[in-house]
Design a protein. Sequence first.
Length: 280
Amino acid sequence: MSSLLDRFTARDQGKVRVIELNSIDNVRDFGGMPVEGNRIIPYGLFYRGSALHGLTGDDIRTLFDINGIACTIDLRCGWECEAKPSFRRRDVDYFHIPFYDKDKVGIDYRESAEGTEIVGKDIACDPDHFYRSLSNPLTVAQIRECIRRIFACATSGKPVYCHCSGGKDRTGIIAMLVQTILGASEDDIMADYLFTNVARDKTIDEVYARFLRLANGDAEKAQELTDSHRARPENLIAFWESVCELYGSREEFFVNQLGIDENHRARLCSLCTEASAEAV
């Protein structure tokens, strides 16, 4: 993980992918990621991270004034938004596009991992089942809307920040899809996804305590859940396997479900990437 940390915090002409904040963690810029055609994703256009709740004044200035984020996309369920309202201000567009929400989407996620119970609305899911479940048609419709909004902002020159609660699972899928559309390699996409563990492991004791509560005090089960809920390659693999089972192939998924064919993708790549320094 140290090599990933070095890679993601290395400065590129004074710019850095990881955005250090006081109130929230796991915030980073897609900038500098290489894509096809000897190009890169530019800095300051696409951001991913955790929920914008309880931001300090300094963090507000960092995100919205210094980094210029002009659009936020909230993937959380309605009850998550009510429990921890996202920071809002008039000059920043806000879109609530939940993956699961009975009222807004027509589907909730209520499948708790074996040996756990649901406490209020808090669930310890089975990661393999959860990532596979994201390919269901109702959630895919939300994913399609999210991708559309992200690129509508980006192609208009508006820096966009996409988040869920911790910025790992739902945000991880959206980041992977955006990066794939723009032509990033699978290795770089996976490295970006796995980097979430750097932030997650800083609060490992809180994660364990949560799962201990959901596992009814079973320490062994809580540790198993803590380990399985890290960002893992198996998670993205499970999502793609389910997508291919339901929709035929990755390419058919992009074209028929997300509405992004080869011509559309080429246009997005031309507008949302730039020549790398080596190519200039």
